[in-house]
Design a protein around this ligand. Structure first.
Ligand SMILES: Cc1cc2nc3c(=O)[nH]c(=O)nc-3n(C[C@H](O)[C@H](O)[C@H](O)COP(=O)(O)O)c2cc1C
Length: 227
């Protein structure tokens, strides 16, 4: 118990500084601004700046969250993705995969605490085309491709050994340099953004929030939300 956080440590009030976010900072497409914040997070060398907390809802209405990595970003400038797109890869039979295939509503949250920034994007997901999933799979390191085959993600397993034995068999079947076909259970999802919120921490918990909503014609409206 001695290592538990104390009421004092949990109750601390760190001041988030003065750098604000004003309306004129985001004049173009909000996804362009999102791309700029990712570049700034990369430049600030925060760990895994493309990590995002993905929340889904299962058929019983129960929410669940977990981290995934943003693997592709379309900012809305291409005819294929006029509303923009955020792509990530996972196992379609995992808890999140099953939830999303039943209910495509999703939210992703980028928690850039070190920068006193947060972005939340909501929308609807769709599985990516098999050829695109193939190209994401082929870009994974050899071991990560085998791990995607070996793991029945989210299913219980008796021991770690069982997983290691599966991996050893796959390593024997697919030595380094051999082609590894993508398993059907693994692939990409594409989130089509419907709302985007930029949050910038400021002094005295009086933060800035700019909230964008996509309109049916693809344009975005902006509101300032109270902190
Ligand atoms: C930094 C980080 C990155 C991760 N990236 C992914 C990812 O891109 N895809 C994925 O399926 N799981 C990723 N995971 C693991 C997930 O958070 C999660 O444990 C796993 O996908 C199973 O989730 P589920 O049971 O809710 O489906 C990542 C975890 C961390 C901490």
């Amino acid at each position: 118990m001695t290592n538990s956080p104390t009421p004092e440590s949990l109750g601390r009030h760190t001041d988030y500084g003065h750098d604000g976010l004003i309306e004129s900072d985001i004049t173009g497409h909000p996804l362009d601004h999102f791309a700029q914040w990712i570049r700034e997070a990369e430049a600030a060398e925060i760990f895994e700046p493309n990590a995002m907390v993905l929340s889904t809802i299962d058929p019983d209405g129960r929410p669940s969250s977990r981290t995934v990595l943003l693997k592709g970003l379309e900012t809305g400038s291409t005819p294929e993705h006029p509303f923009g797109a955020l792509e990530f890869v996972t196992n379609y039979e995992s808890r999140k995969g099953r939830a999303l295939l039943k209910n495509p509503q999703a939210s992703v949250l980028f928690p850039w605490y070190a920068m006193k920034r947060q972005i939340i994007i909501t929308g609807v997901v769709e599985p990516t085309e098999p050829v695109l999933s193939d190209s994401y799979f082929d870009r994974r390191p050899h071991g990560a491709r085998l791990a995607a085959i070996a793991s029945d993600q989210s299913q219980p397993v008796d021991t770690r050994d069982e997983l290691d034995v599966r991996m050893a068999r796959l390593e024997a079947d697919f030595p380094d340099g051999t082609h590894i076909p993508r398993p059907e259970k693994w692939g990409g999802f594409r989130l089509i953004p419907a709302t985007i919120e930029f949050w910038q921490g400021r002094s005295m918990r009086f933060h800035d929030r700019l909230f964008f909503t996509r309109q049916p014609d693809g344009t975005w409206t902006r509101e300032r939300l109270q902190p």
